[in-house]
Design a protein around this ligand. Structure first.
Ligand SMILES: NC(=O)C1=CN([C@@H]2O[C@H](COP(=O)(O)OP(=O)(O)OC[C@H]3O[C@@H](n4cnc5c(N)ncnc54)[C@H](O)[C@@H]3O)[C@@H](O)[C@H]2O)C=CC1
Ligand SMILES: O=C([O-])CC(=O)C(=O)O
Length: 328
């Protein structure tokens, strides 16, 4: 029997990530090859942006995707988010060379108060929200705090790009396929302070840490490479990553809705106090997903080096979240 369509809102739909994202959602890569979708697309209420959005929608139409059951263009989150099952909050200013993601906070934070309020007012009560727009963790925190009638667990931030970047670096170092790596994770903020952690990772049952056996590589090559990859892409492309970001968003939502079969992935989720992270801080942690829900991997041992890394990224997040108190 054909499934009922799911309503998916994407903001910043005429931007570069939007362009790499929408066609894959409509082709079924995010929610499954048997799941029809209705796209509710939000752009700023500006003639040029809305015209560009219309162009993207014409192209979507021209793909004749069998799973695309409808789409609409919006300039107001209160109509874009009506009855949605999923929201991908991408629309926000990207950084340029020499900027850190937190430098975007003053430009982008207000977007997420308004969109959190709109989600609170009109989205389905079990809407699953992924914040991609930077700084993603703090924007997700703002959206969550601006939507007091929705469960906090519905709000997540994207750490999956860091996770995927880490997997590829490990795979290249060891000459093994990425798909063979299990139990890798990234802790904390989507920023250079994030802590990519392969202490628990295995390949074909063997410890990745033992296989690499090089603390120097971990500290001086691996962590800075993953942490500064976004800046390296901006330097190379002149624009921030788009296709890899869209891919990570697809992975995040796919796994949240459809499950991970016990595999660990990284999601930025509101803390419940585990690992000494104060409640509600939007923090990257290892999770498994099943039946539309994520579950934090609990009880992992944290050694002194890891604790220092976690403390550093936590301090940065607390500072960012303190800086937006006036908006909440
Ligand atoms: N979390 C992550 O891993 C990553 C996050 N990003 C972030 O994603 C965001 C989007 O990046 P791009 O698509 O490259 O930027 P872009 O500038 O190409 O597109 C952003 C789009 O959002 C729209 N927009 C701005 N304010 C909006 C609002 N209030 N409502 C709806 N739409 C709005 C703009 O009109 C524009 O079309 C940036 O903040 C970027 O830093 C980028 C890569 C990875
Ligand atoms: O670096 C940026 O500004 C875009 C981004 O978040 C990433 O590529 O990780």
């Amino acid at each position: 029997m054909t499934k009922a369509p799911m309503r998916v809102a994407v903001t910043g739909a005429a931007g570069q990530i939007g362009y790499a994202l929408l066609f894959r959602i409509a082709s079924g890569e995010m929610l499954g090859k048997d799941q029809p979708v209705i796209l509710q697309l939000l752009e700023i209420p500006d003639e040029k942006a809305q015209k560009a959005l219309k162009g993207v929608m014409m192209e979507l139409e021209d793909c004749a995707f069998p799973l695309l059951a409808g789409m609409s263009a919006h300039g107001d989150p209160n109509t874009a988010f009506k009855d949605i099952d999923a929201a991908l909050l991408v629309g926000a200013r990207p950084r340029g060379p020499g900027m850190e993601r937190r430098d975007l906070l003053s430009a982008n934070a207000q977007i997420f108060t308004a969109q959190g309020k709109a989600l609170n007012a009109v989205a389905k009560r079990d809407v699953r929200v992924l914040v991609v727009g930077n700084p993603a963790n703090t924007n997700a925190y703002i959206a969550m705090k601006s939507a007091p009638d929705l469960p906090k667990k519905n709000f997540t931030a994207m750490l999956r790009l860091d996770h995927n970047r880490g997997l590829s670096q490990i795979a290249a170092k060891l000459g093994k396929p990425v798909a063979s790596i299990e139990k890798f994770c990234v802790w904390g903020n989507h920023s250079p302070t994030m802590y990519a952690d392969y202490r628990f990772a295995t390949i074909e049952g063997k410890s990745v840490k033992d296989l690499i056996n090089d603390d120097d590589w971990n500290r001086n090559i691996f962590l800075p490479t993953v942490g500064k990859r976004g800046a390296a892409i901006i330097e190379a492309r002149g624009l921030s990553s788009a296709a890899s970001a869209a891919n990570a968003a697809i992975d995040h939502m796919h796994d949240w809705f459809l499950g991970t079969n016990g595999r660990w992935v990284t999601m930025g989720i509101p803390s419940d106090g585990s690992y000494g992270i104060p409640e509600d801080i939007m923090f990257g942690v290892p999770v498994t997903c099943d039946a539309g829900a994520y579950k934090r991997v609990e009880g992992l041992p944290i050694d002194a080096f890891s604790q220092r890394c976690i403390d550093k990224t936590l301090a940065e997040l607390m500072e960012e979240q303190d800086g937006v108190k006036h908006l909440l």
